[in-house]
Design a protein around this ligand. Structure first.
Ligand code: THU
Length: 130
């Protein structure tokens, strides 16, 4: 199994834990760190709606809180025919902490494309501008 396949499989498994009772839209994410560790996340919704956190940010905050600081790739999985790319907030967080990594999109059975963060977030605002 390739690294990409392993990352997508981890995102598929993480998606099963999604807490998405309001939208019913379950998402899984998996980050590959520089040392090859895989850290996963799922979306976690909240009755206030606005406090919902996406799978990508859950994965990133888990990884940062466990001491990881360098990343190679992220996989995002939803049960849709169209690919589910990271939302704007997640793009900012992924860019800030992971930079120009690979973004693998997939559904439960198929690859839905590989992108680079620099293409998903052109002209980013980040710490270099402070
Ligand atoms: N969601 C994610 O977790 N990641 C994405 O890339 C897109 C959207 C979640 C947020 C919310 O719980 C549900 O999907 C519907 O927007």
């Amino acid at each position: 199994m390739t690294k990409k396949d392993a990352l997508v499989d981890a995102a598929r498994a993480a998606r099963e834990h999604a807490v998405a009772r309001f939208s019913g839209f379950k998402v899984g994410a998996a980050l590959e760190t520089a040392d090859g560790t895989i850290v996963t996340g799922c979306n976690i919704e909240n009755a206030t709606y606005g406090l919902t956190v996406c799978a990508e940010r859950v994965a990133m905050f888990k990884a940062l809180s466990e001491g990881h600081r360098e990343f190679r790739a992220v996989a995002v999985v939803a049960d849709t025919n169209d690919p589910t790319p990271p939302c704007g907030a997640c793009r900012q967080i992924l860019w800030e902490f992971a930079g120009d990594i690979d973004v693998f999109l997939a559904n439960l059975t198929e690859d839905k494309g590989t992108f680079r963060m620099k293409d998903l977030l052109p002209l980013p605002f980040d710490a270099r501008l402070l």
